[in-house]
Design a protein around this ligand. Sequence first.
Ligand code: SF4
Length: 374
Amino acid sequence: MTLLDIEDLAVTFPVEGGTDVPAVDSVDLQVEAGEIHGLVGESGSGKSVTARSIMRLLDDAEVSAERFDYRGEDLYAKSEAEMRSVRGDDIAMVFQDSLSALNPVMTVGEQIAEVVRHHGDVDESASLLSELRRKYVTGTSESAPSWRRAVELLETVGIADPEDVATSYPHQLSGGQRQRVMIASALGGDPSLIVADEPTTALDVTVEASILDELRRLCDEFDVAMLLITHDLGVVSETCDSVTVMYSGSVMEYGQTDQLFESPAHPYTKGLLRSIPERAPTEGELTTIPGSAPEPADRPTGCPFRDRCPAAFDACSEPLPEHVVEDGHVTHCHLYTEGDDPGDVSWDATIEMDGEATVDEATDRTTATEVTDG
Ligand code: SF4
């Protein structure tokens, strides 16, 4: 079942007295129930803006879409009151910076318990009066079912000493512990979908690996889907069932993770994959895609990747086409138009990002030369 179904999303930030900033354009995104879907791209690709549009957290932006459905209902047709119940009950968000996302003057146990009280399916069996007495007369909520659930959730996300940690303030915890608290808090409302925006970026690699394992396990155990925003294809390969690759506000390619890793179709995806050390064409050498992504206001017409793409040719200044590579695997690239058989294209040569670009007169396409040692 498709949980989240977005078609043709465009997000623009108006600038008073200046040029509006088109952050995201023509984005399609689907997340199936129970899966982990990776949304990957470099900084400025529009992944976080797309994520925030799902929670309707873009107050200053103009958002439009052909379709923006969650469980078949248009999220943008809901009132703000209805959205408040969607946030947490149905869709929860884990932010990258846990220190600013958590309340510094509340213990983490209280913060999770609050989510459980508002959104979770817990029989509090406490009147407002007894709750107030617990909190302000005895100074604690620790006997409340929501508190006990908070401690349980901390244990579930791998916190070693959940009772102690529940009574701690965010600044008293390590980065890894805080990120686990954020995940516990997201689970507190029993959502069907968690949107996790770079949840492990600020952590060291061993903590990152353990939190990613935990996320994978929790999604299976709680039957929760996740949209995992990341710039790291290594994280995608370890964690995600399917993936959408974004570049400069547009979708370049999407499919099942093994489809993209085994047979990437888009030159940008190929370039990204070559930048993973294990997949570098020359052992021991890291390769990069030359240049940098354009500012939103300076994007070239047609394919936004064309100033960096060694395979760019005349047609690339036209609007991007959609090409189905195989069932569930789609790319947006002119190399596949005009009846071209992708098998005729020398993909390896085409994406030799380190090589000098040359023009093939027969096809009028720019291709790159092989990289030779020395
Ligand atoms: Fe974009 Fe053209 Fe390169 Fe395809 S070949 S990625 S459309 S510039």
